[in-house]
Design a protein around this ligand. Structure first.
Ligand code: SF4
Ligand code: SF4
Length: 93
């Protein structure tokens, strides 16, 4: 038996209930465009919530696993809340 196929990816255990409204916002999109050359949010986030597309930042908030890493790197421009009660990630171990 192939042992690798028997091991489920850790995040596979989690459940998501996606809210209609985003719990993530950007204060100033112009700052992303004009002053943030490295755009760390696009590679810090472990769930690829942030992508740079067509000269602007796209936020796929439904992918968020609520780790807080993006806000730690960009406290200046990322407004990060928790999803409303009953929504978001449900950790299962
Ligand atoms: S959200 Fe923050 S880290 Fe991401 S591009 Fe904008 S200023 Fe840069
Ligand atoms: S809280 Fe974590 S998973 Fe959610 S957007 Fe920020 S870095 Fe990505």
């Amino acid at each position: 038996m192939d042992m690798i196929k028997e091991i489920r990816a850790p995040l596979e255990f989690n459940q998501h209930k996606v809210d209609r409204q985003s719990h993530i916002a950007i204060k100033d999109a112009g700052l992303c465009k004009k002053k943030c050359t490295l755009k760390p949010c696009t590679y810090i986030c472990p769930s690829q919530v942030y992508t740079w597309q067509n000269h602007s930042l796209r936020i796929d908030y439904a992918r968020c696993v609520e780790c807080g890493a993006c806000h730690a790197f960009c406290q200046e421009n990322i407004l990060l809340n928790y999803p409303r009660g009953g929504f978001g990630v449900e950790w299962r171990y």
